[in-house]
Design a protein around this ligand. Structure first.
Ligand SMILES: [Zn+2]
Length: 493
């Protein structure tokens, strides 16, 4: 640990670059003090350990999630940061109690470890049994090959190993298409071969969310591969699934919002957020405990150093993210009257890999502000902004409301393989990189809370224009979010 701290200090001291612009000197000095703070022995890693090992996996609606809310409020308050839990409505409850699978054929019987996909339907206690069919990769021609035989069957989908964040977005896009074909053909359910190494299980949302009515599973890789080999050598198989779900209707969950009030423009707001909830198989370290701990530490260090930027900063720990970014959606409803004065809403949600820039949402007018805010940490670069809208985390509803939004773009590191998986635990996070990411994020937040900015909140027409000139609509369809926007239930009217 000492080694890590020392090298961290060295890196930060070398890389914090002095600026010599006379008028901005005080602000620059403050930004540098803030950035330098993360080289010290702050409680960042202790917090991450206590959230992951202590509270553990914390799906929204679970007891662990309620403990996580209390944990986060206590961390903010111990640091002297004002904080409150803000309620919002979750549309449905979905938690897996148990899931199992047995595969049988002529002279063959074996069980396979499985995870129910979020929004999977339960089965009767005795299970549901149906023929298991090889649907290959689930492409159009695979369905044509199987024809009417898929009706009432479980379809086993082959998958390649997932290695990085790009692979993850590909997996989401492909499964949305596979499920569209499968549901239209009247299948009993879909079973995905696990795409992670070492038979690791994980949760992958059913693409149509709470509208789903079928049992849906991810099966450990080796058992799924065995079943495919048997099917391909002519053995007919059936699958018996038993899925028990703790489900229900709408209920209340809570975001945790810490706040440092602005010194001269307190009514203008900058948000930096990460989601507090995680899936439950692992401990939610990379997704997204690491960035929760980071955001708490940024608030803590600002308070400790007595920094008061011009604008109010809200440190948002969202809930309900994994079920459709429901907590940040709830915030945009609760704070609708303030959204004109939200200058920027940032999210960090890609684990502990190096932050190498930001997604800036297809708004070139904010690029100069990002570059200026990164000046105190330029030595931790290079940083490259990608000026495109991105769907998949808690910037989304701010984007639909026309609020300038950023998402930290990070190297995949160990994020892809461990995403939503058993293996997303404390040891997967690189502690030194997390400290450097804290310095980068702190610089950006402080910059946006301090500098003069030229942009305004976009109108609905502006957001529609953004959709026309980018692939935003397609991304929203992949994540089952298009209809809510089109019907006016989500986003700026
Ligand atoms: Zn996440």
């Amino acid at each position: 640990m000492i080694h890590r701290s020392v090298s961290c200090v060295a890196v930060l001291l070398l890389l914090v670059q002095p600026l010599h612009r006379a008028g901005a000197q005080a602000v620059t000095d403050d930004a540098q003090r803030l950035v330098g703070a993360f080289a010290g022995d702050t409680p960042l890693l202790r917090d991450l350990q206590s959230l992951t090992d202590g509270v553990g996996g914390r799906a929204t609606g679970s007891m662990a999630n309620a403990r996580a809310v209390a944990w986060a409020l206590a961390r903010f308050r111990e640091a002297g940061v004002d904080a409150k839990a803000e309620p919002f409505t979750m549309p449905v409850k979905w938690l897996e109690r148990s899931a199992s699978a047995t595969i049988r054929g002529d002279g063959v019987e074996f069980t396979a470890a499985v995870a129910a996909m979020p929004f999977s339907a339960p089965t009767p206690a005795a299970g549901t049994t149906a023929p298991l069919l090889d649907v290959g990769y689930g492409k159009k021609e695979d369905f044509e090959r199987l024809g009417a035989s898929v009706r009432g069957a479980f379809l086993l989908v082959q998958q390649d190993e997932l290695r990085d964040v790009d692979g993850l977005f590909r997996e989401y896009a492909e499964s949305a298409q596979i499920e569209q074909r499968a549901f239209a053909a009247g299948v009993a359910g879909v079973v995905y071969m696990g795409s992670r190494p070492y038979n690791t299980l994980y949760r992958h949302n059913v693409s149509i969310g709470a509208a789903n009515t079928r049992p849906m599973l991810v099966m450990e890789h080796d058992a799924a591969e065995k079943a495919l080999r048997l099917l391909r050598s002519g053995t007919r198989l059936t699958l018996t699934e038993r899925i028990d779900i703790d489900g229900g209707g709408a209920y209340q969950a809570q975001n945790v919002i810490g706040e440092i009030r602005g010194a001269t423009k307190p009514d203008e707001i900058v948000i930096i957020g990460a989601h507090l909830d995680s899936w439950d198989l692992g401990d939610g370290a990379l997704d997204n405990g690491a960035n929760v701990a980071m955001i708490i530490d940024i608030a803590r260090q600002m308070k400790r150093l007595g920094l008061r930027p011009a604008r109010t900063i809200r440190f948002a720990l969202w809930n309900g993210e994994e079920q459709g970014m429901v907590g940040s959606f709830g915030y945009t409803k609760t704070h609708a009257a303030e959204l004109d004065r939200h200058v920027m809403a940032g999210s960090v949600d890609i684990g502990c890999g190096r932050i190498n820039g930001f997604f800036t949402g297809g708004r070139p007018e904010i690029l100069p502000a990002v570059a200026r805010s990164l000046a105190p940490v330029n030595g931790l670069g290079p940083f490259t902004q990608i000026d495109a809208p991105i769907v998949g985390t808690d910037n989304f509803d701010f984007m639909l409301h026309g609020v300038a939004n950023l998402v930290a773009n990070q190297e995949s590191a160990l994020y892809g393989q461990n995403y939503h998986a058993h293996s997303d635990v404390f040891a997967k996070c690189d502690p030194q990189q997390l400290r450097l990411n804290a310095a980068i994020t702190a610089a950006v937040v402080y910059g946006f809370a301090t500098m003069d900015v030229p942009w305004h909140r976009q109108t609905r027409a502006d957001v529609e224009a953004l959709m026309k000139r980018t692939d935003l609509e397609q991304q929203m369809r992949t994540f089952n979010l298009w209809d809510e926007w089109a019907s006016g239930t989500r986003g700026r009217r």
